[in-house]
Design a protein. Structure first.
Length: 396
């Protein structure tokens, strides 16, 4: 039977990483995959995670399964991170959370839940969006639509076009938003724009779905939740997928969450029952270790303070690389204005490089960038900046 199976094309991003690994040229640079790097070009284990790991191992007494939605205390901390510990949502138990294997599993479980509960609903994705969004929701059997998001010519948010498109979304459909650090553009709405978007959602009656993968990498842990919280008005309904891969550096631990916000605790409990059925038929229950690390850090004031400092350090380094990148390009004689890079947030930016330029950078200079021109700013270092900018100056 397997003789009939055809070779699948490589994943656009993970396949790029594989090609990078196989490249034997010295000085190669990977700005493709979304992984944070230090100035020494390493993906670190955070100090708070190391300390928490020692405690988790010492305290562990069993390797028995977790419940289907994971440990209850993990869900509590997730909701506090999303909505704030003093939120009426938390106090009135209007939200429920399942620990998922990464943010991707949260998206897929949500897709299964949407398809089961609202079989005729479509999901609307920003254009552009994370490459895997279309694949995940299509695999769940959901029709996908798109709405304008980024004005490539002016390097800014296409707000008017976006609002006009969202005003046509049918009631009962689902619209996915990036809470902060939009992937791949790095361009986020401001507070007033989020307020207008949330008002339109309430007016139109579509269901907002917020993908929150980079909390703390934009402006700050609390500041980055502003977009999400703009939707959190009385009686609102909301889906949230979130991840600790980036802000805890727990990439290979796969620590994510799916949170559903309903207009009452009773409705939330009913949705939770269906969510657990979807999980049971998918991966049954989540892995324990990564969630225990997060719970340990967030539950200890000393470790939490250390973590918040480490998140700030990562955020500051990324923002520093944005400025250095723009300044270095200018110093290399590039006349094109790249100042928009400093207005974007998070690990990613749309560089404006076209497919041919990206191909030349890879073939001639061993610089790996996604074909769309999306660059991972966190892959830049003071040590590779000159080489990178010289190469970009050459292909422009």
């Amino acid at each position: 039977m397997f003789e009939q199976v055809k070779m699948a094309p490589p994943d656009a991003i993970l396949g790029l990483t594989e090609a990078f690994k196989n490249d034997t040229r010295p000085g190669k640079i990977n700005l493709g995959v979304g992984v944070y790097k230090t100035a020494q070009n390493e993906t670190p284990v955070l100090e708070c995670v190391k300390r928490a790991g020692e405690r988790v191992v010492q305290a562990e007494t069993t390797k028995s399964y977790l419940p289907i939605p994971g440990a209850p205390e993990y869900g509590c901390y997730v909701r506090e991170m999303l909505f704030g510990a003093d939120s009426e949502i938390v106090q009135n138990e209007r939200a429920v959370t399942a620990h998922t294997p990464g943010g991707t599993a949260a998206l897929r479980v949500a897709g299964d839940l949407i398809k089961k509960s609202f079989p005729d609903a479509s999901i609307w994705l920003s254009s552009p969006t994370w490459a895997n969004h279309n694949g995940v929701f299509s695999a769940a059997g959901i029709e996908t639509e798109s709405y304008p998001y980024y004005d490539a010519a002016n390097k800014c948010l296409a707000l008017d076009d976006m609002m006009a498109a969202l005003a046509q979304v049918p009631a009962g459909d689902v619209v996915l938003f990036h809470a902060c650090c939009h992937n791949p553009t790095g361009m986020d709405p401001n507070a007033e724009q989020w307020k207008a978007i949330a008002g339109l959602a309430a007016e139109r009656g579509f269901l907002p779905f917020v993908d929150f993968a980079y909390q703390g990498f934009g402006k700050g842990l609390e500041e980055d939740a502003a977009g999400l919280r703009a939707f959190c008005r009385a009686g609102c309904e909301l889906i949230v997928s979130s991840s600790f891969s980036k802000n805890f550096g727990l990439y290979k631990e796969r620590v994510g969450a799916l949170t559903i916000l309903a207009d009452s605790a009773d409705a939330a409990a009913r949705v939770f029952s269906q969510m657990k059925r979807c999980i049971r038929r998918n991966y049954s229950n989540p892995p324990a270790h990564g969630g225990a690390l997060v719970t340990t850090v967030l539950g200890d004031p000393e470790l939490r303070a250390l973590w918040e400092g480490e998140v700030k350090e990562m955020r500051d380094r990324i923002n520093g690389m944005r400025k250095l990148f723009v300044d270095t390009l200018k110093a290399k004689g590039v006349e094109q204005d790249f100042s928009f890079i400093t207005t974007q947030r998070g690990m990613f930016s749309f560089s404006g490089l076209n497919k041919d330029q990206v191909g030349t950078l890879r073939e001639k200079h061993a610089i790996y960038i996604v074909g769309s021109g999306r660059i991972n700013v966190a892959g830049m270092t003071p040590g590779n900046m000159d080489v990178l900018c010289e190469a970009i100056a050459e292909v422009l």
